[in-house]
Ligand binder design. Structure first.
Ligand SMILES: NC(=O)c1ccc[n+]([C@@H]2O[C@H](COP(=O)([O-])OP(=O)(O)OC[C@H]3O[C@@H](n4cnc5c(N)ncnc54)[C@H](O)[C@@H]3O)[C@@H](O)[C@H]2O)c1
Length: 403
């Protein structure tokens, strides 16, 4: 493959990626062949992203793509419907880059892994938060060898006001749109992903907690959507550390934040957009010439050619890194960090973290999706909080039960 010839599925979030995929600096590398979005007229997709035909129907979009040399699909459709569409695309001979989450049941985790193995197509998750400047700086320090063994890592993805901003889908569309049905542990990739990336670790066990939000409850007339404000998980990780991370929380904090603590030093940041990082050494392990405690600011331009492109990119530049990494993977074969195994491990942590929260923090083992015995057990597990098109089939509540 010399050029990524991609189709975009879902043009709301997908619209911000279309702006990068169609940017001048990508024109020799990437071409947008077609867009699938059933609301493209309302969203203004044709006007904002000319040059690629819009389809309302996914099968027509895929058929057009097949006829016109489309070799990849970007999935930015509903959060809970990524895996079945990823499978359709790979079966049609196209590589896939998927928004979070990779899969919404354990059964889908198995099916996704097996589809990648069976078809040999490329699959990656568009997890962008590891690639903010402050998280890239933390990653460099974690890999510097100056921290000793890593004991602890924490990640918070705070999206305060989410409920307000998505009022139209959560309140006026009760019990239907994924944003209103999302258990508090499910949207964890932006909190957990950077920790996995920095420490190159995998989750082994998870325990979760959820917290009721009186405000979210009172804002809903019929109380059919999620009204938990915060989901918190603890995980035992493969490198021996303990990790603590959230789902998408509504906590009164305007930034997402990360911290890695080792036996010799720690590093933390105050958000993906500020670039502010704090580094601290235990004094006897402080390298000569370095301060024990310092706070400084980094920017994308400190991080090479991709960083220079990312300086104006969304989510602290992370979106641009995702597109650059996708190109390297699809065209040059450079494996992405968030391959299918790490991607489904995060989805499984979200699902089991929720089962744990419903059971007062019970500890759950995360399946190893490379292990055939673990796959067989997970293959039967269809538990989901998301109803089907008829409003049926949800087996898990979207929030903690209230009396
Ligand atoms: N990484 C990030 O920073 C980030 C930011 C925002 C959203 N996201 C993710 O991106 C995805 C999309 O988010 P969103 O906020 O745009 O969600 P959304 O539900 O508002 O939009 C999804 C779009 O897909 C379209 N769509 C879904 N199924 C379709 C079908 N069968 N045919 C035609 N069109 C269809 C819908 O019409 C809708 O416009 C989610 O998975 C979300 O988690 C990630």
């Amino acid at each position: 493959m010399e050029k990524v010839r991609i189709g975009m599925f879902g043009a709301r979030r997908g619209g911000s990626y279309l702006s990068i995929l169609q940017a001048d600096y990508m024109k020799d590398k990437i071409e947008v062949v077609a867009i699938c979005e059933k609301d493209y007229e309302t969203i203004g997709t044709e006007k904002n992203h000319p040059g690629a035909p819009c389809f309302k129907d996914f099968d027509e979009f895929l058929a057009y793509g097949k006829e016109h040399g489309m070799n990849a699909v970007f999935l930015a459709n509903y959060f809970d419907e990524h895996a079945p569409y990823a499978i359709k695309c790979m079966e049609a001979g196209m590589n896939v880059i998927s928004e979070c989450t990779a899969a919404s049941t354990l059964k889908e985790c198995v099916e996704l892994v097996e589809c990648v193995e069976r078809t040999g197509m490329k699959y990656m998750l568009a997890e962008n938060y590891p690639f903010s400047a402050s998280n890239l700086e933390m990653n460099n320090f974690v890999h510097s060898g100056k921290m000793g063994a890593i004991y602890y890592a924490e990640g918070e993805y705070n999206h305060c006001g989410t409920y307000e901003s998505f009022e139209s889908v959560c309140v006026s569309n009760p019990g239907k749109h994924w944003r209103g049905l999302l258990p508090s542990t499910y949207y964890l990739t932006h909190a957990m992903g950077p920790l996995m990336y920095m420490t190159e670790s995998m989750p082994l066990y998870v325990s979760g907690r959820s917290t009721f939000s009186p405000v979210m409850y009172s804002e809903q007339a019929d109380h059919r959507s999620n009204f938990d404000g915060c989901g918190m998980m603890f995980a035992e990780m493969s490198n021996g550390m303990t990790a603590r991370f959230t789902g998408c929380t509504q906590m009164a904090s305007d930034y997402s934040r990360y911290r890695i603590v080792g036996e010799k030093a720690s590093i933390e940041n105050s958000g993906i957009t500020s670039g502010k990082v704090r580094k601290f050494y235990v004094n006897r392990f402080r390298p000569e010439g370095e301060p024990q405690d310092c706070t400084y600011v980094v920017s994308q331009s400190d991080f090479g050619p991709n960083g220079k492109l990312a300086a104006t990119g969304g989510h602290g530049g992370g979106d641009t890194w995702v597109v650059c990494n996708m190109y390297e993977y699809f065209v040059n074969g450079k494996d992405p960090f968030f391959d299918v195994y790490r991607s489904v491990a995060m989805s499984a942590t979200a699902i089991l973290g929720w089962k744990s929260a419903l059971n007062h923090g019970e500890n759950f083992r995360i399946p190893d999706f490379k292990n055939p015995a673990d796959r067989e057990a997970a293959r039967k597990d269809t538990d989901t909080p998301f109803p089907d098109a008829n409003g049926e089939g949800a087996t898990l509540p979207p929030c903690l039960p209230r009396n």
